[in-house]
Design a protein around this ligand. Structure first.
Ligand code: PAF
Length: 280
């Protein structure tokens, strides 16, 4: 049986537990873990001496109408899963510990945080950048792993680390998918049985766009519109399907080869996001 990770609820306990432990790998999470998270932990495990996972549902990145209160909190099960992949320490602070006073000092990622997801979830990336920067200061990792599933989040973190000269290597983890292609997400649990059957359509739609790009379609807005209509026809309410440059998520020039297809769509009460990197 794997050893249970050490639980640290306070900043001082975590710092004490980490003293002199070598190269630190860090994976921040909001808990309710799945195989996608565990892959990120394994990536950190393979490259560092001590692995810290944080489990903290960050109020700052939720809008008032979103699911902060109902977000699943499953710490005991999460710790079992973290033990199975050899995580050493779990930092699970209370809100009082992480935000002992109203957090008025915020990290604003700038224009990258206001496009795509930021357009539909204003303030979301400011909340993410603020908590991740705070966690980075507390944990002091050499390396941190973020999933490509949240593609824009990964780019926002890379941008923050670069601009603020944080001495942390950011490693990207591939998206874990169910057998039918649905990207694993903590929010998939909100889908009804019927919606769960339809949900893989989102990824199929991205694959169809990639195929049309490979077939030589040059007009990206035609592809984006067609994909949105297709999602509509299958019961989704798409927020967007966009083909962008991987590097900065801006509209690509004709010669740009490294693209990413980004999509967000509602299915019932669940909002799904997914993406697919393509090279043309
Ligand atoms: O991706 C997540 O789970 C969250 O946005 C993160 C990075 C843990 C920050 O709260």
């Amino acid at each position: 049986m794997r050893e249970q990770p050490q639980l640290c609820e306070t900043v001082s306990a975590l710092r004490k537990a980490l003293a002199g432990r070598g190269r630190i790998g860090f994976v921040p999470t909001m808990g309710n873990l799945h195989e996608g998270h565990l892959q990120l932990m394994r990536t950190a495990r393979a490259q560092t001496d001590v692995v810290v996972a944080s489990v903290f549902v960050n109020r700052l990145q939720f809008a008032p109408h979103e699911d902060f209160d109902s977000y699943p909190r499953t710490l005991a099960r999460d710790c079992e899963l973290l033990a199975s992949v050899g995580v050493d320490l779990v930092f699970c602070p209370s809100e009082r510990e992480l935000y002992p006073e109203p957090q008025t000092c915020l990290v604003d990622p700038g224009p990258l945080g206001t496009i795509h997801e930021g357009e539909f979830r204003p303030g979301f990336f400011r909340g993410v950048a603020t908590v991740v920067s705070k966690l980075f200061h507390i944990v002091g990792p050499d390396l941190a792993v973020f999933g490509k599933k949240d593609y824009q989040q990964l780019q926002v973190i890379r941008h923050m680390v670069r601009q603020l000269r944080m001495p942390i290597e950011i490693v990207a983890g591939e998206t874990a998918r169910a057998q039918d292609g649905l990207a694993l997400s903590s929010r998939n649990g909100y889908l009804s049985a019927q919606e769960r059957l339809s949900a893989p359509r989102l990824y199929q739609c991205l694959q169809a766009v990639a195929q049309r790009l490979a077939d030589g379609q040059k007009d990206l807005s035609i592809l984006e519109q067609a994909a949105q209509s297709e999602l509509h026809a299958h019961g989704f309410r798409p927020d967007y399907v966009r083909i962008r440059r991987q590097q900065d998520l801006q509209v690509p020039t004709d010669t740009c080869q490294e693209l990413v297809i980004l999509a967000a769509a509602h299915l019932g009460r669940t909002r799904l996001i997914d993406n697919l990197e393509v090279t043309r």
